[in-house]
Design a protein around this ligand. Structure first.
Ligand code: NAD
Length: 473
């Protein structure tokens, strides 16, 4: 039987004001897995009321208490791993290993945020005025609007709320309609159980048809002082524009078209394994997924043949089967979009190196094909032979995106020199494109967004630095 879920406002589970609900479907079976409360803009206002009211209390909570709550939440989340494995299989088609990784990284994000709570909040400055004490002091902003996507739901909802809360803000979180529980209600439940005061974190779930109205109500509410959005570049533009119109700072974590460069001296075993992981982990549905493999032409044939053989052997299908490596894509719309990108390329002359039913490797692609430039966000990758390092850099940079890149070479000096020329927010020398650590700055350049989560960067993004002077006696 399907679960029934509520909005989470002011520390309580409540139905939508007008009583509406929406169905959340299992992407593998197509069955309704949860009946979810569907917020309207009036519910958003209620959630912001609660967050605004909780702000004074939460921002005044002592650092040690705040830290203890975040640390407790990390432990509570880990203790729920078996439940999260079942939830992520049913809600987003995630395999057990991906769900376990979501819990582990989310718990570590909470711990990293807890560590940030007791760091200094400012600096003592020099001053032109004799006897004066001049300080730069970091302070919370108020209510933060947070948007989390479905693809790494536990990680990205935790990331969306942990740094804002650690900095003393309160939050209204709007999860993706494809993961209302794993990208929203779960982390609220865990933090509440860990002792977070009522109203400090509120969650509004919605029907997909209301996404624009709910998002608009949230971002434009005058009490909301900052925004973070993780999702597609297309919706990110809308959210970023709204935030800018209302002069609110925003962290935007958007799509990628990430390149993996395989240089002529790369270790081929490592390259094949790394490319397989980078392209097909979570069925290629990671913002950092390797979308394009740019391989030196002298090794292209051997690399591509071995990659295709490995990819073709990956078990795909039912995410609850422990042997499955690649689960389903999130929904029919996404599956259709990925097939369309592949089919269009094949009919324009690209070569399909796998069966076409399941994980897909293509070569003989050309820049006029959409799959060459558009984010795939599914279990497919293109391999492009390049004549030299310059051509690899040129292709890697010839995209509107700029999230991450990987460079595989045995020569670190050469790898670093290339890394400097690639325009992305993240680059890995000697590894593929997918990696995330809570203490590192995470974010893109160009159309992949702006602002950074992670470490002190995340906390600073949701803080204002105030100049305070105290006159000498
Ligand atoms: P999405 O942009 O389709 O949806 C994100 C959110 O936007 C949802 O909550 C949805 O309700 C809302 N939305 C949809 N239409 C809207 C509208 N017109 N106005 C306002 N809000 C609207 O993204 P998704 O499918 O959930 O996630 C996949 C995308 O996210 C990929 O492009 C991926 O690369 C990106 N992503 C980026 C990162 C990162 O850290 N950079 C991480 C994960 C995913």
């Amino acid at each position: 039987m399907a679960n029934e879920t509520s909005l989470f406002i002011g520390g309580e589970s409540v139905p939508a004001l007008d009583g509406r609900t929406t169905d959340d479907r299992n992407p593998y079976t197509g069955e309704v897995h949860a009946v979810v409360a569907a917020a309207s803009p009036a519910d958003v206002t209620r959630a912001v009321d609660a967050a605004q009211e909780a702000f004074a209390r939460w921002s005044a909570t002592s650092p040690s208490q705040r830290r203890a709550i975040l640390l407790r939440a990390a432990d509570l989340l880990e203790a729920r791993t078996p439940e999260v494995v079942r939830l992520m299989a049913a809600e987003v088609g995630g395999v057990a290993g991906w769900a376990g990784f979501n819990v582990m990284l989310a718990a570590n994000i909470l711990r990293e945020s807890a560590a940030a709570v007791t760091q200094p909040v400012g600096e003592v400055l020099t001053t032109e005025t004799e006897g004066q004490l001049s300080l730069a002091v970091r302070e919370p902003l108020g209510v933060v609007a947070a948007f989390a996507p479905w693809n790494a739901p536990v990680i990205l909802s935790t990331r969306a709320v942990a740094a804002p809360l650690a900095a003393g803000n309160t939050v209204v979180l709007k999860p993706s309609e494809d993961a209302p529980i794993a990208a929203g209600l779960l982390i609220a439940e865990v933090l509440h159980e860990a002792g977070l005061p009522a109203g400090a974190l509120n969650v509004v779930t919605n029907d997909p048809a209301d996404a624009a109205a709910v998002a608009q109500a949230l971002v434009t509410d005058p009490r909301v002082r900052a925004v973070n959005f993780t999702g597609s570049t297309e919706v990110g533009r809308t959210i970023g524009t709204l935030a800018a119109q209302h002069l609110k700072p925003a962290v935007l974590e958007l799509g990628g078209k990430n390149a993996l460069l395989v240089l002529d001296d790369a270790d081929l075993d490592h390259a094949v394994n790394a490319a397989t992981f980078g392209s097909f982990h979570n069925a290629g549905q990671i913002c950092m997924s390797t979308d394009r493999i740019l391989v030196h032409e002298s090794i292209a044939e051997e690399f591509t043949t071995r990659l295709a053989a490995k990819v073709a052997s990956l078990p795909h299908g039912d995410p609850t089967d422990p042997g499955t490596v690649i689960g389903p894509v999130i929904n029919a719309r996404s599956a259709a979009r990925v097939s369309e990108l592949v089919d269009e390329a094949v009919s324009a002359g690209a070569r399909l190196l796998t069966s076409g039913d399941g994980p897909t490797v293509l070569d003989q692609v050309t820049p006029d094909m959409r799959i060459f430039t558009e984010e795939i966000f599914g279990p497919a990758v293109i391999v492009v032979p390049v004549a030299d390092d310059d051509e690899a850099v040129a292709i890697a940079n010839n995209t509107e995106h700029g999230l991450t890149a990987g460079i595989l070479t045995e020569d670190t000096r050469r790898g670093l020199a290339l890394a400097r020329r690639i325009r992305t927010g993240i680059v890995h020398v000697g590894n593929q494109t997918v990696d995330d650590e809570p203490q590192a700055p995470f974010g893109g350049v160009k159309a992949s967004g702006y602002g950074r989560f992670g470490g002190r960067w995340g906390v600073e993004a949701f803080s204002a630095t105030r100049w305070v002077t105290i006159a000498g006696g």
